[in-house]
Ligand binder design. Structure first.
Ligand SMILES: NC(=O)c1ccc[n+]([C@@H]2O[C@H](COP(=O)([O-])OP(=O)(O)OC[C@H]3O[C@@H](n4cnc5c(N)ncnc54)[C@H](O)[C@@H]3O)[C@@H](O)[C@H]2O)c1
Length: 332
């Protein structure tokens, strides 16, 4: 089958394409063609299986341009992972850009699918959405049925994307599933500008022998899953049937719900006191207020019943980072 990945150069996109290329199959079918697209050049896995050689195309372009969206859909990809997005902090700072990419771009992709053939062409579309679709006040654990009242532009754009996906699926234009990620940690590479970047930073930096600032209190609660789990969610979603999913196609994914203090104790167990000593508390009221408004705990019974799995504890999330991003060893 032909698989298209938007946002293929992003954190999850890179790991997803690596796994697709490594396994050469998804949802029980072998991959005959893989199209990767992003505004920054997507990189190809060096270890492409021979059957995929020459069948991977990496495109550098703005998918949100309707002509580009139509060109991406014209070859009729069977399975589309739609990951391209402007993240929350940037969507809040740049109103126009957030709406253009996260809303208009998603709609352009959906419209390109609709115009490509309606019922004659009905691809599977796995859309990455976010717990940011929810807004305070929250129950102790937020169920899938909790009303969608986002408190950010990013959450609003993702919430509209969920509704569009559900309507286009209901009308038979596509077979869709919306995967609401929890916080995906540990994000490899350089720190990003996200207000929640410290959730990764307080693990990633100390593991590299570098100081990390902690802007919030130790009792700050949040739900996390690893990038490996994020990829697992997307691959599992690609194989779900419409019958299994039912009409409510947007789902919160499972994760490990811990306080920052529990994250730090997990780091101590995995990497010792030396690493923990590199975390410096630097309270920041702006970040604290932003994070206090984010949903912390989810009731993911539906996703769990459908077979989605995350790590069991935060120690495992740290070990996944060491295995997948640090070559399996702690740097000296
Ligand atoms: N990482 C998380 O914690 C998290 C949590 C909830 C939801 N999500 C969602 O999961 C998806 C993947 O997240 P990620 O962490 O890999 O994000 P990321 O920012 O690392 O990757 C997103 C990619 O989209 C690309 N992109 C942006 N605008 C584009 C455009 N106009 N055309 C083509 N490409 C464009 C970017 O260049 C980037 O490579 C996103 O949709 C994000 O909103 C992520």
């Amino acid at each position: 089958m032909h698989v298209l990945v938007t946002g293929a150069a992003g954190m999850v996109g890179r790991k997803l394409t690596e796994r697709l290329a490594r396994e050469g199959q998804v949802a029980g079918r072998s991959i005959s063609r893989l199209t990767l697209t992003d505004v920054v050049p997507p990189s190809l896995s060096p270890a492409l299986p021979p059957e995929l050689a020459g069948r991977v195309e990496a495109r550098t372009e703005d998918f949100a341009d309707p002509a580009t969206a139509a060109a991406l859909i014209a070859p009729r990809p069977d399975l589309i992972f739609h990951l391209a997005a402007i993240i929350s902090g940037e969507a809040e700072r740049d109103f126009d850009k957030g709406y253009r990419v996260n809303l208009d771009g998603t709609r352009a992709l959906l419209e390109a699918i609709r115009h490509e053939g309606g019922r004659a062409y009905v691809p599977k579309l796995v859309f990455t959405t976010s717990s940011g679709v929810f807004g305070a006040p929250y129950p102790t654990a937020i169920p899938d049925e909790f009303h969608v009242t986002p408190l950010t532009s990013y959450g609003t754009q993702k919430a509209i994307g969920e509704l569009l996906l559900a309507d286009y699926a209901r009308r038979g234009f596509l077979d869709g599933v919306g995967i609401r990620f929890p916080s995906i940690v540990v994000r490899p590479g350089k720190p990003n500008a996200s207000a929640g970047g410290f959730f990764s930073g307080i693990i990633r930096e100390p593991l590299q022998g570098v100081e990390a600032l902690l802007p919030v209190a130790d009792d700050t609660l949040f739900t996390h899953a690893s990038p490996r789990s994020a990829v697992g969610f997307l691959i599992h979603a690609a194989g779900l049937t419409r019958e299994a999913l039912g009409p409510r196609i947007n789902l919160s994914m499972p994760g490990v719900c811990v306080t920052v203090g529990e994250q730090i104790e997990a780091l101590r167990r995995v990497a010792g006191d030396k690493a923990v000593k590199l975390i410096r508390r630097a309270p920041d009221k702006t970040v604290t207020d932003i994070v206090a408004g984010w949903p912390a705990r989810f009731d993911t019974a539906r996703a769990t019943a459908l077979g989605f799995r995350a790590e069991r504890d935060f120690d495992e999330i740290i070990r996944v980072h060491i295995e997948d991003d640090l070559g399996g060893r702690l740097p000296n």
